[in-house]
Design a protein around this ligand. Structure first.
Ligand code: BG6
Length: 489
C-alpha cells in the first residue's frame, strides 16, 4: 500500500468565496484531523503574491470555531505552513505546468491525489479545466474538480458547459457543489423521513396538504449587484438550493444510501415534474425604505445594476409532481433578498383530521388545527411539530403547541459549515451530495421556459420595501392553491 499525498488547489484563491468559506473549511477539517497526514494546499490566482502573503490573507478569515484556546493558534500556524501560492493565468497551460512541478516536489514517493476547487466565474471554468487537466492532473492518483454554480443560465448554456467540461474530465471527476446539500438539516431530511415510522407512512398526498420551501435574507445584493443582475433570484436560489431540497424531500426510497442510488431517485422525481408555468410564479424587486431613521437602498440604487433592471430579487412559485405519491400537492417555494429576516426552512402542512371531533374548538378556521412539521435549516437549527393539545385545567380548551427539537439545546456540538462536509466528501470520493449532470439537466428543464418567458415579456417585478415580508402577490399565489404561508401565520 503506497502512502498518498493530497494536493488541494484553490483556483481563484484571492476571491471572496475562497477567503470566507473554502480556506476556513479546510482549516476546520485540519483542526479536527479529517485531512490525511500528507497534504498541501495551493492558492492559484492571477495576482502576484508570495506564500507568506497568501498566509496573511487567509489567516484573517480563519477562525477557531471549535476551540478558542492557545492550542488553536498553534494549529493554525501549522496549517498555514502547509499553504502555498502560485500565481498564474487561468488559460495558461504553461502556468499550470509550473504548478504541476511545485505539486510534484511535495508528492515524491507517494501516490498523488489532486483536488481542484474552482472558485472562479463560470466563463473561465473551461479554460482552467483544460489547462489543469492537460498539465496538472495526477498521473498515478486521482484528480477531482469541484465547481460551484452558476452552471449556465439556462438548459442550453448549462448543457454546453457540461459538454465542454466533459472533453477534459469524466463525470466521476466533476463535483458540482450546491452548498445547501451540505447543511446539517438538509442532510438530516432523509434520516428523519426514512428512519421514523411516525413520518415515513405520512409522506404522501394522502396526508400532506402542501410543502413550503422558504429562503429569506435580511440584506440586499450589496456589492454583488453586477453578478446578481445577470442571474436573478430564481437562478440564484430556486433552481438549485430549493429545488435540491425539494428533490430530497420528495424522492422515492432509494435502493441504498449509495450516492448513485440517491441521485437516481432525485432525478426521477425532478423528471416527474412539469416545467413551472408563468401563472404559478410571482416576482418582486426591493425598493428603498426608511425605518427608524435609517434608510435602506433599493436594488436599483446599486451602481453595478443596470438602469431599469427588471431582475427579480424575490420570487415565489408553485410546483407540482406528477406521480402517485404527490399528485395534486402544491410545493411552494419562496426566495427573497432584503426581506425582514434571514431564514431558510421547510414547512410541511398536513391535511385536516377527517371528522375531527374537536373541530368546534377551532372556530371556523380549521386550517389552524392542522399539524405542521417545520425543519428550520437556519439560523438556529430546529425541527418542530405543531400539534393540538389540551390546555390543562377544567373545561376543554385546545392549544396548538410545538414538540420542539432545538439543536443548540439538545446537542452541545458546533454544527459544521456546509463547505466542511462537502470538501470532506469530495476528498473521500463520496458523491451523494454533489449534483450529477442529469440532475442538473432536469433542474434546468423545469425553470428554463418560465425564465425565458419572464425575460422575453420583460415582466415587471412587484416592488416591495427593503426589510418587508415581500410582495403581496406571493399571498395570492399561495391562496390560488389553497395554501397559506406558514412563516407568516
Ligand atoms: C448563494 C447565493 O448560493 O447562497 C447567495 O448565490 C446567497 O445569493 C447564499 O446569499 C446563501 O447562502 P447561506 O449559506 O448564507 O444561506
Amino acid at each position: 500500500n503506497v502512502e498518498s499525498t493530497l494536493s488541494i488547489t484553490v483556483v481563484g484563491a484571492s476571491g471572496d468565496l475562497a477567503k470566507k468559506k473554502i480556506f476556513p473549511a479546510l482549516f476546520a477539517l485540519y483542526y479536527e484531523d479529517w485531512l490525511p497526514e500528507h497534504f498541501q494546499i495551493f492558492g492559484y490566482a492571477r495576482s502576484k503574491m508570495t506564500d507568506e502573503e497568501l498566509r496573511n490573507l487567509i489567516s484573517r478569515t480563519l477562525t477557531c470555531r471549535i476551540d478558542r484556546s492557545e492550542n488553536c493558534g498553534d494549529k493554525m500556524e501549522r496549517f498555514l505552513q502547509r499553504c502555498f501560492y502560485h500565481s498564474g493565468l487561468y488559460d495558461s497551460e504553461e502556468n499550470f505546468g509550473e504548478l504541476d512541478q511545485k505539486l510534484k516536489e511535495k508528492e515524491i514517493g507517494r501516490q498523488p491525489n489532486r483536488l481542484f476547487y474552482l472558485s472562479i466565474p463560470p466563463n473561465i471554468f473551461v479554460d482552467v479545466v483544460r489547462c489543469a487537466s492537460r498539465r496538472a492532473s495526477s498521473e498515478n492518483g486521482w484528480t477531482r474538480v469541484i465547481v460551484e454554480k452558476p452552471f449556465g443560465r439556462d438548459a442550453q448554456s448549462s448543457g454546453e458547459l457540461t459538454r465542454c467540461l466533459k472533453q477534459y474530465l469524466t463525470e466521476d471527476q466533476i463535483f458540482r457543489i450546491d452548498h445547501y446539500l451540505g447543511k446539517e438539516l438538509v442532510e438530516n431530511l432523509s434520516v428523519l423521513r426514512f428512519s421514523n415510522l411516525v413520518f415515513e407512512p405520512l409522506w404522501c398526498r394522502n396526508y400532506i396538504r402542501n410543502v413550503q420551501l422558504i429562503f429569506s435574507e435580511d440584506f440586499g445584493t450589496e456589492g454583488r449587484g453586477g453578478y446578481f443582475d445577470n442571474y436573478g433570484i430564481i437562478r440564484d436560489i430556486m433552481q438549485n438550493h430549493l429545488l435540491q431540497i425539494l428533490a430530497l424531500f420528495a424522492m422515492e426510497t432509494p435502493v441504498t444510501l449509495d450516492g448513485e442510488d440517491i441521485r437516481n431517485e432525485k432525478v426521477k422525481v425532478l423528471r416527474s415534474m412539469k416545467p413551472v408555468k408563468l401563472e404559478n410564479v410571482v416576482v418582486g424587486q426591493y425598493k428603498g425604505h426608511s425605518k427608524g431613521g435609517k434608510s435602506y437602498p433599493a436594488y436599483s440604487d446599486d451602481p453595478t445594476v443596470p438602469k431599469g433592471s427588471v431582475t427579480p430579487t424575490f420570487a415565489a412559485a408553485a410546483l407540482f409532481i406528477d406521480n402517485a405519491r404527490w399528485d395534486g400537492v402544491p410545493f411552494l417555494m419562496k426566495a427573497g433578498k432584503a426581506l425582514h429576516t434571514r431564514r431558510a426552512e421547510i414547512r410541511v402542512q398536513f391535511r385536516h383530521v377527517p371528522g375531527n371531533l374537536y373541530s368546534r374548538n377551532f372556530g371556523t378556521d380549521l386550517d389552524k388545527a392542522t399539524n405542521e412539521l417545520v425543519l428550520r435549516v437556519q439560523p438556529d437549527e430546529a425541527i418542530y411539530l405543531k400539534i393540538n393539545n389540551k390546555v390543562p385545567g377544567l373545561g376543554m380548551r385546545l392549544d396548538r403547541s410545538d414538540l420542539n427539537l432545538l439543536y443548540k439545546s439538545r446537542y452541545r456540538i458546533e454544527i459544521p459549515d456546509a463547505y466542511e462536509r462537502l470538501l470532506l466528501d469530495a476528498i473521500e470520493g463520496e458523491r451523494r451530495l454533489f449534483i450529477r449532470s442529469d440532475e442538473l439537466d432536469a433542474a434546468w428543464a423545469l425553470f428554463t421556459p418560465v425564465l425565458r418567458e419572464l425575460e422575453e415579456k420583460k415582466i415587471s417585478p412587484e416592488l416591495y420595501p427593503y426589510g418587508s415580508r415581500g410582495p403581496v402577490g406571493a399571498h395570492y399565489l399561495a391562496a390560488n392553491h389553497n395554501v397559506r404561508w406558514g412563516d407568516l401565520s
